[in-house]
Design a protein around this ligand. Structure first.
Ligand code: SF4
Length: 161
């Protein structure tokens, strides 16, 4: 059987809008992409736990980092993937999920109890502040063509198709 790119799709802090776009994109091009890509993990599609998988070719990650638990999960995913791609502006820059980073003292005071109750970090940050990111795809939501270009690069690099 031909080699496929083993991919995992992960969501951090955001509204999952990027994953909806990617789900639609892959579904529109299913005949072509299913020949080249194995979706080993995507929480909306697969029940298998990602921690059972140690050899992702690529981890595709949306959302920013807002809790210490997310920092640990991100590092864990990084250790299981040859490549990490940050998709969408939350993952690449933190925005718009980092809106509260720019609150003044008064507004910060208003959300202080929520921040402490749920153990949020002081700032919401992009993925690259914590792990090596191999590629970034901009957009809110993520732009389809640049995403496909990154995948094409990996298909070539990993000898797929
Ligand atoms: S970049 Fe935009 S669409 Fe993507 S998760 Fe963040 S807010 Fe949602």
């Amino acid at each position: 059987m031909a080699r496929k790119l083993k991919a995992g799709f992960f969501s951090f802090t955001g509204d999952e809008g990027c994953m909806i776009v990617l789900l639609e994109l892959i579904s529109d091009r299913f005949d072509e992409l299913s020949q080249k890509m194995e979706i080993a993990y995507w929480h909306v599609l697969r029940s298998k736990k990602w921690r059972d998988i140690n050899d992702f070719d690529v981890a595709i990650i949306e959302g920013a980092v807002s809790t210490n638990g997310e920092v640990e999960r991100l590092k864990d995913i990084r250790s299981r993937a040859k490549k990490v791609v940050a998709v969408g502006s939350c993952a690449t820059t933190g925005a718009p999920s980092n809106h509260r980073n720019f609150f003044d003292e008064r507004r910060l005071g208003e959300i202080d109890s929520v921040i402490r109750r749920f153990g949020y970090r002081e700032k919401v940050q992009p993925l690259k502040d914590f792990v090596k990111v191999d590629d970034e795809v901009p957009g809110c939501p993520v732009m389809e063509e640049p995403f496909l270009q990154v995948m094409q690069k990996y298909f070539k690099e990993f000898g797929v198709g």
